[in-house]
Design a protein around this ligand. Structure first.
Ligand SMILES: [Zn+2]
Length: 391
């Protein structure tokens, strides 16, 4: 009886303590909302909750069109959590293992020229009986996408995987098969889309797998150099308008190949630096006469970091812009104030804050767009692979 009474008291205390916690949390949320605290501080727990939602819950119907690119959504969620230093506290070991297994099930190992990762299971036609239907054999229905391969590798490294299930040799052959005669890369075999984004993803893939021998590096550099514009920026390809994201992709690719300094004169570098600095209002814009947008606080600031010019812009204005784009109710960051939040801008906003060493965030590598912690893990794997034959 005494035990029963004691248990019931303890239950009542627990319930009162839970209700007190809920009230405190509600008061805290109201204070943040009504005092517009999100404009001056990073709402870290809100963003962790948002990233968990992106990774593990069903997204709203608005994301249907991104179904073939689920790997990139995963990459944004995982890398954001890593920047927030919360991957291990917010995701159980089993959940992390499930995510790793999900990534690996999208690896295409054969044929070698199609090897890499798919973005989701949308195009997995395993159940099709191609003989009965007179269609293509399954191997030719599968094709990797270079952006998904990049996103898969970054996510695996960020989750601490040792890449032992990666078919390195075939993935590198798959990257080589995507290179065009002008040195650029197409997104997927037979795809007409080719631009600087895919150059960047191909270069990062070779860098993460520690082997550039499969691609034509001189041609690749020629393509990047041909995309330098009269304004001092880089475009998606020759003769097209310059853009901050393509500028980052071009500059980071050259740095990853250790070919930046030999590719440009001092004058050209100065021209590039000036173009980047001119993009700042509070945040940064992607092109002249365009509005500022969260993602450019990463693309432009990462480029300026690589150019050793991070001290040349107004940091407090940039931070104020990024914090003002947070959602103080559901977490996440939008592209500008009062815009819906999305996984891409949440990731880019956090990465932009990490670049300017915002307190409490894990440092980010401005070449690979992943945390320095994940880069250190990758370098250990490179040492382990040294002298080893490809599996
Ligand atoms: Zn944007």
């Amino acid at each position: 009886m005494a035990t029963g009474k004691s248990a019931s008291c303890s239950t009542a205390e627990e319930s009162s303590s839970k209700s007190q916690t809920r009230t405190n949390s509600k008061n805290n949320e109201m204070e943040i909302f009504f005092n517009r605290k999100w404009r001056v501080e990073l709402l870290k727990p809100y963003h962790v909750r948002y990233c968990r939602h992106v990774l593990l819950s069903r997204l709203s119907s608005g994301y249907e069109e991104a179904d073939t690119q689920r790997m990139t959504l995963l990459h944004f969620g995982i890398t954001s959590m890593d920047i927030l230093n919360s991957t291990e506290s917010a995701l159980k070991r089993e959940e992390r293992e499930n995510i790793i297994n999900w990534i690996y099930h999208l690896q295409i190992k054969e044929p070698a020229d199609r090897s890499g990762f798919q973005g989701s299971s949308t195009f997995m036609f395993k159940s099709l009986s191609y003989v009965q239907n007179g269609g293509l054999p399954p191997a030719q229905l599968f094709s990797s996408h270079i952006t998904m391969t990049y996103a898969a590798l970054v996510s695996l490294l960020t989750l601490g995987d040792d890449l032992h299930r990666i078919d390195r040799k075939n993935i590198l052959s798959g990257v080589a098969a995507l290179q065009n005669s002008d040195g650029s890369f197409q997104a997927s075999l037979g795809c007409s889309e080719k631009d600087m984004r895919f150059v960047y993803c191909a270069v990062c893939t070779c860098y993460m797998l520690n082997d550039f021998s499969h691609v034509n590096v001189p041609k690749l550099i020629e393509f990047i150099k041909s995309s330098f514009t009269f304004e001092g920026s880089f475009s998606s390809g020759y003769g097209v308008e310059g853009h901050a994201a393509y500028t980052f992709c071009a500059v980071a690719s050259l740095f990853l190949m250790d070919r930046f300094e030999e590719s440009f004169s001092e004058n050209e570098m100065e021209h590039l630096r000036r173009w980047c600095l001119m993009r700042q209002e509070y945040g940064f814009s992607g092109r002249p006469n365009k509005a500022e947008d969260t993602c450019y606080s990463y693309w432009v600031v990462a480029t300026l970091t690589l150019l050793d010019s991070v001290h040349m812009f107004h940091h407090p204005r940039n931070v104020e812009f990024l914090l003002g784009n947070q959602n103080p109710i559901c977490g996440g960051i939008g592209k500008c104030d009062n815009e819906h939040v999305d996984p891409l801008h949440t990731f880019m906003g956090l990465a932009g804050l990490a670049l300017v060493q915002y307190e409490g965030l894990n440092p980010i590598n401005p070449m690979l767009t992943m945390s320095e912690k994940a880069v250190m893990h990758m370098r250990k794997l490179h040492l382990r692979w040294k002298g080893q034959e490809y599996c």
